[in-house]
Design a protein around this ligand. Structure first.
Ligand SMILES: Cc1cc2nc3c(=O)[nH]c(=O)nc-3n(C[C@H](O)[C@H](O)[C@H](O)COP(=O)(O)OP(=O)(O)OC[C@H]3O[C@@H](n4cnc5c(N)ncnc54)[C@H](O)[C@@H]3O)c2cc1C
Length: 445
């Protein structure tokens, strides 16, 4: 691979010490050392990489900030990692069009801040938004607490620019919320986990920033009430912008070992509710909410200002990291269960042989079910331990992943649980768009 030294407009990393950090993301998956890491700064560099990958038969592994939880950016054997963090471009907000354009390398935090600077709002909010890249959030179709009301990243994407297997940059979609000139390939790139091409940038739709928030910390007197909460709120016409939860075990751990604020948290299980409807901070709305909650809401605490609201969200965002520090071998899943099946799910989850703890996005049924002591398990044993969980979700009409994607971490289960017709259709699309397997071969399919 001596040609790498002559690659135009790119930084190339080749020493084992420099490559070490690229062996993993935030999942439990660890890959081999890649042959090299390339940080391209121009299309010329990418064009050459794609040509060489096709000719020499190695794969390019796209990488953003490496915060993924499915092993999607982890190197495959003999691969070259394409780290897009040096990709040029700036964030441009277009208030007249309620849209924003940004390069893949932008941090999602910077994208959200740029919209905010114009009194506008980009809703997707994976809890990793302070650290993940815009490109990575697009490639994984990231969701987050707001997905409960505002859906996932794909819903907000208007246009994508990507370098495809012909070595050229193509645009998919236009900068408009209405476009219907045939099927839109942008929808394959969003959530495509780097299988179809390299996303270089995108335009996304914005909303006016919500003017009010009502943030409520809701300690539940019994953990068994947790799965019934969505139905109670939806049934009363209340749709929170976020409904996050901690089960009894995660709450107890945060209380014992978490930040000072969490040590004071009451309840058997805990929910963080947020509303952003016009008028939600007014007495009438709050009274209605408390009426709907009845005796479940007796210990509800309303965040009184931005600082308190931020403090609550900071604890929600650090829950994953906190558990990882406490249980370094933990494996965290992100299964989905339709919300009306949550009561049955939690009951049957507790009866499984494998002990689990859960937290996550109650409002859209996307649950982070964690095996805290999975550290010593090899791949086969982990697969066996997770199989009943996945089978239960699928039996209840759910799925393996609500936001993290499949990558390498869930590939075996994905292949086992997906309709063979769907798998062969997906493989045919991959073959049509990337006949030589240049992009992220060996992941997902
Ligand atoms: C503490 C924590 C909390 C999290 N919370 C959430 C959450 O609430 N919701 C959620 O959805 N996720 C969450 N995640 C997972 C992860 O952060 C998100 O999926 C994030 O969007 C990944 O972005 P990244 O830049 O780190 O991508 P990476 O990890 O670098 O890559 C992720 C995938 O995208 C591909 N990829 C990256 N960039 C490109 C590109 N430019 N073109 C093509 N393919 C590309 C990679 O090959 C890989 O398959 C969390 C992670 C952590 C560590």
């Amino acid at each position: 691979m001596d040609w790498l030294d002559a690659l135009p407009d790119a930084r190339v990393l080749r020493t084992p010490a420099a490559l070490l950090d690229y062996r993993r993301d935030e999942s439990h998956v660890v890959g081999p050392l890649p042959r090299a890491v390339v940080r391209p700064r121009s299309v010329a560099a990418l064009r050459e990489l794609v040509r060489r990958a096709g000719e020499e038969g190695f794969t390019l592994v796209p990488r953003g900030a490496g915060s993924g939880k499915a092993g999607g950016c982890v190197p495959s054997p003999s691969s070259v990692v394409v780290d897009l963090s040096d990709w040029p471009g700036s964030i441009v907000v277009n208030p007249a069009n309620l849209s924003l354009t940004a390069p893949a390398s932008a941090g999602l935090a910077a994208v959200k801040a740029a919209a905010d600077g114009h009194g506008l709002w980009y809703p997707p909010d994976p809890n990793s938004w302070p650290l993940c890249s815009f490109g990575g959030s697009l490639a994984t179709n990231a969701g987050g607490p707001n997905a409960c009301k505002y859906g996932m990243t794909r819903r907000w994407v208007l246009r994508v620019e990507a370098l495809m297997a012909d070595g050229e940059v193509h645009g998919f979609g236009i900068e408009s919320i209405k476009q219907n000139s045939g099927p839109n390939l942008a929808h394959w790139l969003i959530g495509g986990e780097g299988l179809f091409g390299l996303i270089l940038g995108a335009s996304v739709a914005l909303l006016p920033r919500p003017r009010e928030h009502l943030t409520v910390l809701l300690p539940l007197p019994a953990a068994g009430l947790l799965p019934a909460l969505p139905a109670r709120l939806f049934g009363a016409g209340l749709l929170p912008s976020a409904m996050e939860f901690w089960d009894a075990a995660v709450l107890a751990d945060l209380r014992a070992h978490g930040p000072a604020e969490a040590r004071r948290w009451p309840g058997e299980a805990l929910v963080l509710l947020e509303f952003d409807d016009a008028g939600c901070s007014h007495a009438g709305f709050i009274e209605h909410l408390l009426e709907v909650l009845g005796d479940w809401g007796e210990a509800a605490q309303l965040a009184t200002g931005t600082a308190q609201r931020e403090a609550l969200w900071a604890i929600r965002r650090m829950t994953s990291t906190h558990l990882k520090q406490r249980f370094p071998g933990k494996v965290s899943e992100d299964v989905v269960v339709p919300r009306d099946r949550l009561p049955e799910f939690f009951e049957r989850l507790a009866a499984l042989d494998t002990p689990t703890v859960s937290y996550g996005h109650l409002g859209d049924g996307n649950l982070h079910v964690n095996l805290l002591h999975a550290g010593g398990l090899d791949e086969a044993a982990l697969d066996e331990a997770l199989a009943p969980l996945f089978a239960l979700c699928i039996e209840l009409g759910g799925t393996l992943s609500g936001e993290h994607g499949i990558g390498l971490a869930k590939r075996a289960a994905f292949l086992r649980h997906t309709d063979p017709y769907v798998l062969s259709a997906l493989r045919a699309i991959k073959q049509a768009l990337d006949p030589q397997g240049v992009f992220n071969a060996g992941k997902v399919l």
